[in-house]
Design a protein around this ligand. Structure first.
Ligand code: HQG
Length: 188
């Protein structure tokens, strides 16, 4: 079994390969962002052979299961990043109609929040906007940007009416194409 530190390196490398620069690992993602486990193992073991023991499918599965966030998923002998993509060529995520009685949250820096309240919430460097049904998780994401992030709440009903499209990420991450200003407010 890999140590926590080794699992973190494996997770970061998988995310880099599956979200951002698969070509550096000679990988080609399918339209849903999947690659075959055998191919990712070859790539990862090639890239990390000096720093990690030979990685197996079990190591990847254990890393996913013991990670705080579900960043990756294994389905039918393939693996993909569940969210976070920045690579060119839109990864097809499953669209769904969210429960419009449920609020969604996004937290960010005060500077970004100001711009968002004028322009709307945009994917910026990623393929999708990242939201959470959970306030605390959204705030945690915001803390990556600054110590005291601003929490924005999305009125899901208004967002749907205004033409936002929502896509499955995982239990804690909801993806969207954009959120217009009418659906956004700052949580006091
Ligand atoms: C901001 C992590 C100005 C937005 C997390 C955010 C997440 C605007 C930044 C996932 C804007 C993009 C993604 C506008 C949006 N004007 N700024 N109109 N619209 N922004 O890192 O959502 O740990 O690409 O507020 O947990 O922070 O890597 O997105 O601050 O789920 O697995 O543009 O990444 O997951 O920043 O985080 P990011 P994010 P992992």
């Amino acid at each position: 079994m890999l140590t926590k530190k080794q699992q973190k390196l494996l997770s970061q490398t998988l995310s880099h390969a599956l979200r951002h620069e698969p070509w550096l690992y000679e990988l080609e993602l399918d339209d849903q962002g999947f690659v075959k486990l055998v191919d990712i193992l070859t790539a990862i073991n090639g890239a990390l052979d000096q720093v990690l023991p030979l990685i197996t499918v079990e190591d990847i599965a254990q890393m996913i299961a013991s990670s705080e966030k579900t960043r990756h998923e294994i389905v039918d002998g393939k693996v993909r990043a569940s969210y976070g993509h920045s690579l060119p060529g839109l990864i097809a995520k499953t669209e769904y109609v969210p429960d419009t009685s449920m609020a969604l949250y996004h937290a960010t820096s005060p500077e970004a929040a100001l711009s968002i309240m004028q322009q709307g919430l945009l994917p910026m460097g990623r393929q999708y906007v990242h939201l959470s049904p959970n306030k605390e998780i959204a705030l945690e994401v915001g803390r990556r940007k600054c110590k005291k992030p601003v929490l924005l709440v999305i009125n899901t009903e208004v967002a749907v009416k205004e033409g936002s499209h929502f896509f499955e990420g995982n239990d804690n991450v909801v993806l969207a194409d954009q959120i217009g200003t009418r659906a956004l407010s700052i949580v006091a």
